[in-house]
Write a protein that binds this ligand. Structure first.
Ligand code: SF4
Length: 314
C-alpha cells in the first residue's frame, strides 16, 4: 500500500496530495466509527470479508493502515468466499493477499449451484444466497477464532437500507454498525459506516485494486434498490448537505417525537413526566431544530481508554 502512495508522490505531486488527504480522511472516519461503537478492542481477531469489490478492498487497506499505528494489538485475517459463480477469477484475491503479505483464508463453497437449483429462473436469488453466505462466514469465523467479522458496507448502503425499509417495509430501520448474531456467537462490525460511497470509489480508483465484477451471479439489483439509490444520488447533487444530515440523523433518534410505544411510554405520559427533548408542540417542523450536523472529524467520545487512544492515534 505504501508503495502505491509513493508512486503517486513521484508521478504527480498534486494528485498525490489529494489522494493522501482522502486516505487520511477515510482513515479518520473509520477510526471514529471504530471508537464510537467500540468495534475493535485489544486482542481482537478481525476477519475482514473481502468480495473483490471496491468497498471491501478499501476496508482492508484502511484497517491495515490503522493497525500499523494503533496503540492496541489486534490481528487481521482477510477472508474470501468463492461461491463458484461462473467466471469468478479465483486467483485474484489470493494473489493480492499474498502480495500484501497478510494472513488470509480462501473458502470455496458452491452456493451458486444450490441457489440456482432452488430458486426458479427469473426470481431474486439474493435472499437465499446471503443466508447461505452468512452461515459459511460465521462457521469460518469460528474456525479461525475471529472475535469480530468486518463487512464493507458504507454510509450510503445504510441510508439506502433505511429508505427501503421505510418505503417498502413500514419500519425505520437501517443496517447496524455493530451487531451480535442471533446465536450470540459472532459480532459483526461495519467500520465504513461513516464513509461515503463516492469517497470510497475515488480511493479505490486511485489504489488500482484488481476489482472483481459483482454481477457474476447474474442477479441484478432490485428495482426498489435502484430507485432508492437514484433518489439519494439526485439529492446529493441537488441538495448539498442533505445526505450528511440524513447520516447524522441516524445517530440522533428522538423516541418521544415518533410513535413507537415500545420506545416511549406515551400512555403513561403525565404533566410531571420529564421528557428530555423538550416542548416543541407549537413549533413548525422546519424551524424547531437545526439539523444536528456534527463534523465527523474532531469529536472524541471518551468511551474507554483503549478506544479513545486508538482514535487519537488515528
Ligand atoms: S447479488 Fe448474487 S452474489 Fe450477491 S447476494 Fe445476490 S445472488 Fe448472491
Amino acid at each position: 500500500m505504501d508503495s502505491q502512495v509513493d508512486r503517486y508522490d513521484a508521478e504527480n505531486p498534486e494528485f498525490s496530495n489529494t489522494f493522501l488527504r482522502l486516505k487520511k480522511f477515510l482513515e479518520r472516519q473509520v477510526g471514529k466509527a471504530i471508537a464510537d461503537f467500540n468495534m475493535i478492542e485489544d486482542g481482537d481477531v478481525v476477519m475482514v470479508c473481502c468480495s473483490g469489490g471496491k468497498d471491501s478492498y478499501s476496508l482492508l487497506s484502511i484497517l491495515l493502515a490503522l493497525r500499523a499505528r494503533a496503540p492496541i494489538d489486534f490481528r487481521i485475517v482477510a477472508m474470501n468466499l468463492d461461491q463458484k459463480q461462473p467466471g469468478f477469477p479465483e486467483h485474484v484475491l489470493p494473489a493480492y493477499f499474498e502480495k500484501l503479505g497478510i494472513e488470509h483464508r480462501i473458502v470455496t463453497e458452491d452456493t451458486y449451484s444450490i441457489v440456482k437449483s432452488k430458486i426458479p429462473e427469473g426470481k431474486t436469488t439474493c435472499s437465499l444466497c446471503s443466508r447461505l453466505r452468512r452461515g459459511i462466514i460465521y462457521r469460518v469465523a469460528h474456525e479461525i477464532g475471529a472475535t469480530k467479522i468486518a463487512l464493507g458496507h458504507h454510509r450510503d448502503d445504510m441510508l439506502e437500507t433505511l429508505f427501503l425499509n421505510m418505503f417498502f417495509g413500514g419500519q425505520i430501520k437501517s443496517m447496524p454498525p455493530k451487531l451480535c448474531s442471533d446465536d450470540g456467537q459472532n459480532i459483526v462490525i461495519r467500520p465504513l459506516a461513516y464513509c461515503s460511497e463516492r469517497d470510497l470509489e475515488r480511493f479505490a480508483r486511485a489504489m488500482e485494486y484488481p476489482i472483481i465484477p459483482c454481477n457474476l451471479c447474474g442477479s441484478q439489483e432490485t428495482a426498489q434498490r435502484k430507485q432508492v439509490k437514484a433518489m439519494l444520488r439526485e439529492w446529493e447533487q441537488q441538495h448539498p448537505g442533505r445526505i450528511e444530515s440524513l447520516a447524522t440523523a441516524l445517530t440522533h433518534i428522538v423516541p418521544s417525537h415518533l410513535q413507537d410505544h415500545s420506545l416511549f411510554d406515551f400512555k403513561n405520559l403525565q404533566r410531571d413526566t420529564p421528557v428530555g427533548e423538550g416542548d416543541i408542540a407549537f413549533d413548525t417542523a422546519e424551524t424547531s431544530q437545526k439539523p444536528h450536523l456534527v463534523p465527523l472529524e474532531g469529536i472524541v467520545r471518551k468511551q474507554n481508554v483503549i478506544v479513545s487512544s486508538l482514535h487519537k492515534a488515528i
